[in-house]
Design a protein around this ligand. Sequence first.
Ligand code: LMR
Length: 329
Amino acid sequence: MKPLKKIAITGAAGNVAYSLIFRIAHGDLFGRDVSVGLHLIDVPETQSYLRGLEMELEDCAFPLLQEIKIGSDPYLLFQNADYLLFLGARPRTAGMERKDLLLDNGPIFYEQGKILNEVASPHVRVLVAGNPCNTNCLILLHQADRIQPRSFYALSRLDQNRAVHELMKKAQVGVQDVRRLVVWGNHSPTAVIDFSNASIQGKEAAAVISDCQWLEEELPRKIQQRGMEVIRCRGKSSAASAASAIIDAFQSILTPTAPDDLYSMGVYSQSNPYGVDADLVFSFPCRTDKQGNVQIASELSWGSFLKEKITLSEKELIQERDLVRNFLP
Ligand code: LMR
């Protein structure tokens, strides 16, 4: 009998969920040796949609899918989950920045954080992808003090994946040739794409791509505006690429990282080795150790270019935190 892992997902009637849930049920998240339980949560008006989703999941006859629960009550559906994924948030539309969603989403994350604290397992791991994900995650972790802050994560992997793709295209190499590419700070237009610590085929990225203007200006601009570009073209925010980044992020959390590798993850900044404000959810270079703990990698260096950009992202997160003061202790 295979072990069973249960994941509760808010915003399960949304776009990202539709691209994600079938991949999880297929075994893409926990692997082929683990059975899957799905707890799908969304607001009462979407329950008929969720029933349709449940039927589709059943009709796939996924061998690993052992349990499906649907509903609108997080009190019931957060219980017994090993992982919680927060997708549910008001979506961004054309012309909005992610932080424009703060005041709509603050109360949602505040309430859900309280419920999380009441009913979730103290060992649960929590990933927030609903935007603005860093500050939503900060609200959650402050409400849920039964759960260690180090078990909360915000998704910066989509920015990392976007940047890896741009670098591989520019250098005309494969995806696997680009490594140690870190995104620092907020998932927003201030996100910092750190090419200075990245390598391409084992060489410094800046030695392979000698076009400084492209690295310092064009690359960040592309990544920072990519979410908005997708909204402009599709009329909706990224869904399948966000789902794929969520799978990558969970896999990085769950698998020990090779000593010479890194991944980007929004984590609680308390005691971080870079002197970033200690009460933010901030994207840092991370590694998962053999015990499954996510640790901030401390050995990266900031040149003056990087420092200036990272400080801007930090300032933006502090401003976001000020805006949601009412939902923080
Ligand atoms: C993205 O980066 O595409 C997502 O976070 C969705 C959005 O609103 O930009």
